[in-house]
Design a protein around this ligand. Sequence first.
Ligand SMILES: Cc1cc2nc3c(=O)[nH]c(=O)nc-3n(C[C@H](O)[C@H](O)[C@H](O)COP(=O)(O)OP(=O)(O)OC[C@H]3O[C@@H](n4cnc5c(N)ncnc54)[C@H](O)[C@@H]3O)c2cc1C
Length: 461
Amino acid sequence: MTSAPGYGAVSYWLETAGDLSPRPALDGSTRADVAILGAGYTGLWTAYELLRREPSLDIVILEKDIAGYGASGRNGGWCTSDSGASLSLLTRRFGRDSARRAQLAMYSAVDEVGRVAAAEGIDAAFRKGGKLSVARGAAQLPALREAHEEQLHAGFRDRCTVLDAAELSERVRIHGAVAALFSLDCAVIHPGRLVRGLADVVVRRGARLYERTPITQWEGGAHPVLRTTTGEVRASTIVLAAEAYLSQLPSLRRAVLPVYSLIVLTEPVDDDRWNAVGWEGHECISSMRLTVDYLSRTDDARIVVGGRGAPYRFGSTMDETLAHHAATHASLRQMLPAWFPSLGDVGFSHAWGGAVAIPRDFIPQIRHDRRSGVAMAYGYTGHGVAFAQLAGQTLAELILEEQSELTSLPFVGHVSRRWEPEPLRWVGVRAAQAGLARVDARQGRKRPPRRRSLAERLVNR
Ligand SMILES: Cc1cc2nc3c(=O)[nH]c(=O)nc-3n(C[C@H](O)[C@H](O)[C@H](O)COP(=O)(O)OP(=O)(O)OC[C@H]3O[C@@H](n4cnc5c(N)ncnc54)[C@H](O)[C@@H]3O)c2cc1C
């Protein structure tokens, strides 16, 4: 049996991640060296990396539902070396050398997820098949060329290859594809088994994980503290590891924008149909359109189709109904036959969603303020599977006052400006969401956009 209150229904990944029975909630108050808010990848990797360096540390993790309830138990399963901020954005903001170092660290983070999962016996189905960014139609070719040039400019010629239509179809046969950029540094994982496995590992290593324990207040200063309605945890350092949910916490409401990203999952696909499609390399696949779309193969022969999210809700409201936005799920189901006409009769078994956290400048941030004892990492814009590993290592080193290549990355200490207050935020975000969809629709009609729309100006600023 899974557990009350039906955590298995949150996503296919949690449904197939084993026992979900909640661990005991915090009863009263306690003390720790480090207290972590949130048992997703960020919180758990931070605990893991701290304990790996200092096994005697007393670490408490407080989770409002169960480990993996947030994006870490719901995502698309791409363990990608993209950080959410493009190489060209990082280059513009921090210079070529810093952008390159950030990218190299992301390459390592992808491998580190696979390495630790194997070393700790976590059955995360890690499989590094690379990534195909596909131009579906001539209108998407300029974006593909731009992505390739970005890699060449940063000196990563050896990590990516352009494939023409024939070369691509030797790997996977995608309707309407005219070319693709293949990059090596991306793996697929089973997100639920990774996050639940990590939770077991840190508990085995001595961390105290309290589930169904919502934090209502936090405070830094001389005595950093995380508070529940019935108690508190005082610690030398508190780590706020709640990503999109940070927007619901006092004094962080405008730090990130919570935007719901949605997924549908097929029934297992039979061998004959796989033979028609190819895709033996298990590459992660997306197109070059502006609104997100992506597909991947699971280790049990299903296809994940993910993409465009639900409309932004006024006041950064987070609400599970947004994870089940019917019109978005319907449009995702239509993607499969459009990409693979021979799979048109394959049925869908699951649909879910979750919130990603978008910082105002699209650059993820990792910081530890020694004076206030507050550490945090967030703003991954839907790219947190590998990034959270990097963030966990970096936060551990910052908290333990170690200096390394990681602690000098441009994400460290970076602070994005806050999102606008409402109603400006709602008006701007809704306009951008609609604008991006309009640009994609024009590309779908095979005519490149004639002039820059509001959305293009927003994303290309
Ligand atoms: C649908 C979807 C698809 C995605 N696809 C990909 C992908 O393919 N590749 C990729 O790299 N990234 C992807 N992402 C993003 C990635 O999943 C996240 O960036 C990553 O999981 C963030 O991890 P986290 O630990 O920081 O946050 P979370 O996993 O959200 O963890 C935060 C935790 O904090 C808990 N919490 C919140 N508030 C409180 C509180 N007040 N008190 C106590 N606990 C609290 C939550 O319950 C949650 O468990 C996707 C995200 C979604 C939603």
